[in-house]
Design a protein around this ligand. Structure first.
Ligand code: SF4
Length: 209
C-alpha cells in the first residue's frame, strides 16, 4: 500500500498479471514513489483492511485504488470483499485494471459483482486502437483479449460504474484512436505518460500502469 500524489491510497494486492506490457514498470524497477512493490506474499482481507485503517490515521484520502504491480482481478474475491468493506465505510473505491477480469474469472459476472459490492469507478487500460497493436504492446496471455477489454468497459458502464479508458503514451501509441473509441462508447479517456519509479508522470497518480 502506498499514497500517491493525487490524494489516493493505492492497494498492491498481487504481482501476478495476465499481460506483459512493453511499458510495464515491473520490467525494470521494483516500485514507484520509492516504495518497493514486490510482494513477498499476497495480502489477505484482514491485513488489507488493517493497513487501510492505519493509513487513514495519517489523514483521509480521496479514494482507495486497487492497482498494483500486477492485475488486481487476479484476486477477484479480495477485490470484491475489500470493495464492500470500503463501501460500508463510504470510502470511494476504484479498480485500475487491464480489463481481463472476465477472462480471468469466467464463472463470475465481474462487472455486476463489482457494482453489487459498491465499486465507484474503474479505469481500464486499453493502450491500443486495434487488436493487433494491443497484442504487440500489451502481450496478453489470452487470445482475442482486446475485444474482451472493450466488453468489460462497456459492461462496467452499463452497471453505472464510472468508467474511464486509458492509454499509455508509448512510442507509436494511437492516443487519438483510443480517445475516439472511448468517445463512441460514452466513457471517459485519459492518456498517461510513461511511468518512472519516482512516479511523477503516468505515476502522477501513483499508478503502475
Ligand atoms: S502494465 Fe499493468 S497490465 Fe501491463 S503487465 Fe504491467 S501490471 Fe500487467
Amino acid at each position: 500500500m502506498y499514497r500517491g500524489g493525487g490524494g489516493a491510497v493505492y492497494l498492491n494486492i498481487s504481482n501476478r498479471c495476465s499481460s506483459a506490457c512493453a511499458f510495464c514498470l515491473r520490467e525494470w524497477t521494483d516500485g514507484v514513489y520509492g516504495e518497493n512493490l514486490v510482494l513477498a506474499r499476497e495480502p489477505e482481507l484482514e491485513e488489507l483492511t488493517q493497513a487501510i485503517e492505519l493509513e487513514f490515521l495519517d489523514g483521509p484520502a480521496d479514494e482507495v485504488v486497487f492497482c498494483g504491480f500486477g492485475e488486481p482481478t487476479m484476486r477477484m474475491d479480495l477485490v470484491l470483499a475489500a470493495t464492500e468493506w470500503l463501501h460500508l465505510r463510504r470510502i470511494r473505491s476504484r479498480l485500475d485494471t487491464n480489463g481481463h477480469g472476465a477472462l480471468l474469472n469466467p464463472d463470475v459476472d465481474v462487472p455486476a459483482a463489482l457494482a453489487a459490492a459498491g465499486l465507484d469507478a474503474v479505469t481500464v487500460s486499453l493502450n491500443a486502437a486495434d487488436p493487433e497493436s494491443y497484442d504487440l504492446i500489451c502481450r496478453p496471455t489470452f487470445a482475442k483479449s482486446y475485444r474482451a477489454v472493450l466488453q468489460f468497459a462497456e459492461q462496467c458502464l452499463r452497471q453505472d460504474i464510472e468508467t474511464t479508458l486509458t492509454a499509455v503514451d508509448f512510442p507509436g501509441a494511437d492516443l487519438e484512436g483510443c480517445a475516439a473509441i472511448a468517445g463512441a462508447m460514452g466513457v471517459g479517456f485519459r492518456a498517461r505518460g510513461l511511468a518512472s519509479p519516482r512516479g511523477r508522470d503516468h505515476a502522477e497518480e501513483g499508478e503502475a500502469r
